[in-house]
Ligand binder design. Structure first.
Ligand SMILES: CN1c2c(nc(N)[nH]c2=O)NC[C@@H]1CNc1ccc(C(=O)N[C@@H](CCC(=O)N[C@@H](CCC(=O)N[C@@H](CCC(=O)O)C(=O)O)C(=O)O)C(=O)O)cc1
Ligand SMILES: N[C@@H](CCS)C(=O)O
Length: 618
């Protein structure tokens, strides 16, 4: 404001703040987070008063939980909270912002009756039914922030369609504001920074900077009513949807026809595990890691210089092979049972595959925040996906040739590639996912042909794609799980298929996880305080191999052998010993070797100590 910029401070609204919080470790399961409302409202009053005193005339309170399936008790909390804040909010224009899905009718009624609130923000991109609610009734004299520009994807806006939506709202809301559907945190920053994107593809895109221009242009067009003559854009934005359809020059009848069909391996998992054990001959409580080993400065330099053509392909291959050898030797020295190659050739577990699949485009500077301070460059799926040639077989075969122990082939699964990319929006997501699944299926089968007997297909992002509204969840889980199964229906019983999941609360989707029908799942467990184990305590039967993570890889802390053994003992209390695997929570790419080596040493020592105990207990 000191710079003369009219500034709207944004706070997480008090009810969503509580509903999206987690009770601290050790707190009773029955504890109601909303019981803390009385404690946090005075803090909100203080902050809002300070912002008012500092000269704010608008304030935005984000209440995204309003789009979820809230019961009447939770909706009442909104009414009570805003009644309590009313006098503090007085004198300000107050926007309550919702996003990411349709707002249910009851929640819409609650939202539009909140005391002290003068403006309502609605996501009209993901919330297509919300429009009908607004058209049926909208309070007089209040602002409607109509989120017609997608804040979560990178496609240019279909301006004529947005304009007709806005026009249809003009007679309902007397104070109409054109807006993005949510914050621009989820999209890349500025297309101007993209020097290597194909010009035609570039013309279909809008990053954050371009989205702001779109919002402005729509508002101006709405005011002037003459859309096509008022808006002048540097690229043919309006054409993009039609052009995407033209891109379907290689339609995938197989992918489109997969919906509603059933694909799973013919033999049941316990018979498969027996067949695999004959081949692999693993000890009880086999040890493994999740795939990546530390991504060192030196490795990044090698990849960067190869990309910039500063080193030759030969030099690059030599450097990567040397790294793989180092990782293989370390695992052998540590006496790990199923090895990985360490993923040194990969910039990222999604971007790497996107770079080799058709139908994907890449940015050079399209970074988005991913996890804490970590960033990724999500690839852009703009056309039909297929695999022109093998993507990982060369490196996996090279790694397998360096050891007599089983070497896991390492792939990213279709649902994770989909959920961590910017996805075309001219066809249903499931159809794109099936296309990726078929491409990964080809890779799985090529790995098997190359003699790789254990193949891990990571589905780290499966849970996070779950729609917010219950009514849409079953359909998503059905095609997501089906897509995973498609990747490995073609392998022999003796080929062991692993999957890996992390960064989620899995308990509510455990039956879908079982339905993935993987031979082995390695799954985050330690970072989330072993909550995963409670589903097995509560009686869920799991017959496939399972490796709940025995230590948190997000921390530089080195776990002791005793604490790992203690964790494995807790697992043994709820899971059969012959299905249990021992592994960390996730990949080791963010750690350093002085942390990784002693942590894995402790992990192997714990597994060995327990093997001895179990053998003597017979
Ligand atoms: C498992 N996770 C992942 C998610 N999404 C993904 N797409 N991938 C994932 O792995 N979502 C959930 C979690 C999030 N976890 C992480 C963990 C670690 C990272 C990470 O390490 N990110 C790196 C960048 C990764 C990358 O793509 N690196 C490239 C290129 C980097 C580069 O060019 N660096 C330049 C400097 C660039 C600049 O400063 O402008 C250089 O090194 O000179 C590579 O390594 O080749 C990060 O640094 O944040 C992400 C998610
Ligand atoms: N194979 C990947 C999975 C991350 S979720 C890794 O080890 O980094």
């Amino acid at each position: 404001m000191q710079l003369g910029v009219d500034t709207v401070p944004v706070l997480v609204g008090p009810v969503s703040y509580l509903l999206l919080s987690k009770p601290a470790k050790g707190v009773e399961k029955t504890f109601s987070l909303l019981s803390l409302l009385d404690k946090i409202l005075p803090v909100y009053k203080e902050v809002i008063s300070e912002l008012k005193a500092a000269g704010a005339s608008w304030i935005q309170l984000d209440e995204p939980t309003l789009v979820m399936d809230l019961d009447s008790h939770k909706l009442k909390a909104f009414t009570e909270a805003y009644s309590e804040l009313e006098s503090t909010l007085s004198g300000l224009n107050v926007l309550v912002e919702t996003y990411f899905a349709d707002i249910p009718a009851e929640a819409f009624k609650t939202l539009t009756s909140l005391k002290g609130v003068t403006a309502y923000g609605l996501d009209l991109v993901r919330g297509t039914k919300t429009l009908d609610l607004v058209k049926a009734e909208f309070p007089k004299g209040k602002y409607l922030f109509a989120g017609v520009v997608d804040g979560r994807n990178i496609w240019a806006n279909d301006l004529s369609s947005s304009l007709s939506t806005l026009e249809s709202l003009e007679s309902r809301a007397d104070k109409l504001v054109v807006s993005t559907s949510c914050s621009l945190l989820h999209t890349a920053v500025d297309l101007v920074n993209e020097t290597k994107l194909d010009d035609e593809i570039k013309s279909w895109l809008a990053f954050a900077a371009q989205k702001v221009v779109e919002v402005n242009a729509l508002a101006k067009a709405l005011a002037g009513k003459n859309f096509l003559t008022k808006i002048s854009f540097p690229c043919p934005l309006i054409q993009f949807a039609a052009e995407l359809i033209c891109l379907n020059i290689f339609p995938f009848p197989q992918a489109a026809g997969l919906k509603g069909s059933e694909h799973r391996r013919a033999t049941n998992v316990s018979a498969r595990l027996d067949a695999q054990q004959k081949k692999l001959n693993l000890p009880i409580l086999p040890t493994t890691t999740i795939g990546s080993f530390p991504q060192t400065v030196e490795l990044r330099r090698v990849r960067r210089e190869y990309k910039a053509k500063k080193i030759s392909e030969e030099e690059y291959i030599k450097a990567i092979k040397e790294e793989i050898k180092k990782v293989v030797e370390l695992q052998e020295e540590l006496d790990i049972d199923v090895l990985v190659h360490g993923e040194p050739e990969r910039n990222d577990m999604v971007e790497y595959f996107g770079e080799q699949l058709s139908g994907f485009a890449f940015t050079v500077n399209g970074w988005v925040q991913s996890y804490g301070s970590r960033c990724v460059k999500p690839p852009i799926i703009y056309g039909d996906v297929s695999r022109p040639k093998p993507m990982t077989v060369y490196w996996s075969s090279a790694a397998q040739s360096m050891t007599s122990r089983p070497m896991k082939g390492m792939l990213t699964g279709p649902v994770t590639i989909l959920n961590w990319s910017f996805v075309r929006n001219d066809q249903p997501r499931f159809e794109t996912c099936y296309q990726i699944a078929l491409a990964i299926k080809d890779e799985v089968e090529d790995l098997e042909k190359a003699g790789i007997n254990v193949i891990q297909i990571d589905e780290a992002a499966l849970r996070e794609g779950l729609p917010l509204r219950k009514s849409e969840q079953a359909f998503y889980l059905e095609w997501a799980v089906h897509s995973f199964r498609i990747t490995n229906i073609g392998v022999q019983d003796t080929t062991q298929i692993h999957t890996h999941m992390c960064y989620s609360n899995f308990n509510d989707i455990i039956h879908s996880i079982i339905d993935m029908d993987a031979d082995v799942i390695t799954i985050e467990n330690s970072r989330s305080d072993e909550k995963l184990l409670s589903v097995f305590r509560e009686g869920v039967k799991y017959g496939a191999g399972i490796g709940p993570g025995v230590y948190d890889i997000h921390s530089p802390r080195i776990p002791s052998t005793e604490e790992i053994a203690d964790r494995i003992n807790k697992m043994l209390a709820v899971l059969e010993k012959n299905i249990l695997w021992v592994n960390p929570d996730c990949g080791l790419k963010t750690r350093k070797y002085p942390e990784v080596k002693p942590a894995l040493q402790a992990m192997v020592a714990a597994a060995k100590a327990l093997r001895t105990q179990l053998a003597s207990a017979k």
